[in-house]
Design a protein around this ligand. Sequence first.
Ligand SMILES: Nc1ncnc2c1ncn2[C@@H]1O[C@H](COP(=O)(O)OP(=O)(O)OP(=O)(O)O)[C@@H](O)[C@H]1O
Length: 886
Amino acid sequence: MPPQFKKPLEYNPDLAQKTLEKSFQHSEQAVQAKKRTLLAELGLDEEYDVEDEEEYEDDFMEGDEGEEGDEEPLLVTQQRKHTNGKNAVPSYGYRDLFGKEMEARRRQIIKVKGYDQYLADLLDRSQEQLQALRTETGLQYPGNVEVIPELQHELRLLHEELKGAREQQPGATSLHGGSDVSGDVAALQRQLSARDAKLHEAEAEAARLRAKLAAAGGEAEVDEEVQELERQLFEAKSALAAKDKEIATLRRSGGASSDLQRERDEAVQARELLQQQVSSLRSEMAHAEANLRGQQAAMAAASAGEQAAELQKQLWALTEQHSKRVQELEAELKAKQAQINQLNSTKSDALAAVTEMKGRMAAVKNDAAAGFKHQLQAVQTKLDELHALREGVLEELVKFQEEMFSDKTLTQMTRLVRDKEIARVRSAQTDLRTKLSDMDAALRDARDETDNVRKEAAQAAKIRELEAAGQIAHFQEKWRAEFEKRRKLHNMVLELKGNIRVLCRIRPLVGKEHGGQGADSPVQVVSEEALRVASVDNKAEKDFEFDRVLAPSDGQSKVYDEVAALVTSVLDGYNVAIMAYGQTGSGKTFTMEGPEDDPGVNLRALGDLFRLAADRSGSMSYAFTASVLEIYNEQIYDLLMSGKQDGDKLDVKQGPDGMYVPGLKQEEVATMDEVSALIDRGKSNRSTFATNMNEHSSRSHLVLSVHITCTSKINGSQLRGKLHLIDLAGSERLSRTGAQGDRLKEAQAINKSLSALGDVIQALQQRNAHIPYRNSKLTRLLEDSLGGNSKCVMIVNVSPAIENVGETKCSLEFASRARKVELGRARANVVGAEGSNGSGPSPSPSRPMSGARTPAGEGGGISRVGSRDSMATPGSRRPTPSGLSR
Ligand SMILES: Nc1ncnc2c1ncn2[C@@H]1O[C@H](COP(=O)(O)OP(=O)(O)OP(=O)(O)O)[C@@H](O)[C@H]1O
């Protein structure tokens, strides 16, 4: 008897079916939602994918059922490769589990393999899938996976028990009383219903979680929910197993019914479905994760794409920059190429020009060399001529000296004969002077020409410097030797003259003097060397001869030209004195100083010395010092010292280098500016001493002295030259001035010094044994400049005015006497032992030679008469001025 159930089982298969379908729908919806979310996140076309999916599903549904026993995989329909850095892992699509075809297949398999086997396989695969899922997701859940085999084992036991019960007691339901079994079954069915409800809740919860997962995409949360679901599933399985056990127990006790079995099967089936749902959920999760990964990968790819795009953009920008730069460089290259081409063309032009220039230069060089040679030959010829002339002159001189000596012998016999001879000699001297002046002119010309040649030679030397340095040096050396010869010759000419050179300068009429009397001036120039003073006040006209007569129209440069040769001989170690003599207002200061725009002898002389020193700087070095003094009332005043001075303190002394004033300020000068400043200073100091400058200046002697030391750069020998430039006090006679008191004193002083100068000149002229240099400060100072080894020029200045004719005559008489003085041959002051001036070392250059005459063999034979003043007694000087006195 089949077991009787007191209460019908509460289990409703329709309800269960609906519940499962609903659950499936939820799952489906959740999956679709998830899919859409993922598609939206991935930015894919939803429609397309959905259709694709549906197409796929349709295809699947319409496909063959397949042959029985086909080993088609139950769950795996697609193998997708996930690049998680490990081996490829299979993933599972939900549609593989929920298609109708699948259901049919499942039933077929159950039929073939048996339900239990199917269930066991399913569980195995679920476990594998779960394991795979966990492996894939890296999740580790304790318990769940290990429980499933247990569950399977228990399920198998239940099946076996159920089977055994069926075989052994087909009607066992009635063995232990229908009411108990029915009650148990009813209880079991209630429990099953409860379990189903629980499962349903779990499914609902799973759906909710899926939806949540779909909405949030939170993986961790889903995992938790899955865990929870698995836990519930496990509990449900455990409960089911317990219930199965109880059913088996009941069956064993004889009370099992086919309905119960059926219901149980359905319940098992429902459980299986639930398991499938779980699997499906896992699959979904796997799918979602895969999609998520895909999305992440896509996002990563997208971000990589962005970066790539950015990089591409940068690359483009760089490429653009580079191409722009390349274009610029190409343009630059083109410009440079054009420049190079232009330069090349310029270069070839330049080369052509250089070649042409070289040709021209060679021609010019040849011309210059030829010209140079020609000029040198001309100079050589000229020098030869001069040599010849010199020889002639020397011969004449020798003759003349012989005559002189014989004259001297004759002088001892009779004075008359001597005078005659002297007259003859004088005439010979005049001839000689003429010749010498010709020679002078010739020398000047030669010098000019030499200067020109020198300039041209310097130019030619520059041109030929590179190719003929040796030759140029040779020519220079030759030129230097010639120049040296010429210089010696020139000095010799001056030395041969031997006299105090006297120049006469007639100033033009000035101021009131014009008054129409200019043309009637008693002073007339007769020739270059003579002038005539007309008869005035019944006095006969008189002619005067001088070395040079300078007319009123002759300018400052002409005056300087006459003294230039003497000035430059200072650089060769000679003592030179240039003095301006004449009455007050005759033009002495004009001649020596001159106005600023037309300087006189002083500045021109110094300019010439500086210039010549610079020219000779190759072989000689020069040191210049200058002093400015004034002799007033026989007192010496240093005009370079400012303030009041005691004139008694400065005196003239004899030193190793000649006459000098101890304590007188000597200042170094090297330029014209310095000289000008020095002269200005002297003048300014002079004006402070004087109350009336004009009167003072005409009553004092102003002496500008320049000392020059010349050192040879070749052998170190030294020459010392001295140049005195003297503006003498006015020479008018005392009687004319009518001075009294201080003026008389002044006039007497002036008279004294000028008288002393006259006495010295007369003594020199008469060749007296005693020369009274010590009689005045002026003559004492000029002792070594009026002596035998010096050169002296006196410029006698005269007024052309008729009212001054008396004084003019006096001045001219004085100068004429001075002109007759023969100083003898001048000699350079050589300091070194080597003697470089050709005259040989001088034993005592500053001292005049004592004795009547110089032996013929010494210094060319021109002698002078006189002796050192120190040798004479102070009283020996005649107190009464000679004819030179005024
Ligand atoms: N050669 C000349 N040409 C033009 N003017 C001259 C010349 N010589 C002199 N004079 C003028 O004559 C005047 C007198 O000349 P300067 O002062 O030189 O005479 P001085 O002899 O020096 O007189 P002092 O003895 O009083 O000094 C000045 O006005 C000067 O400018």
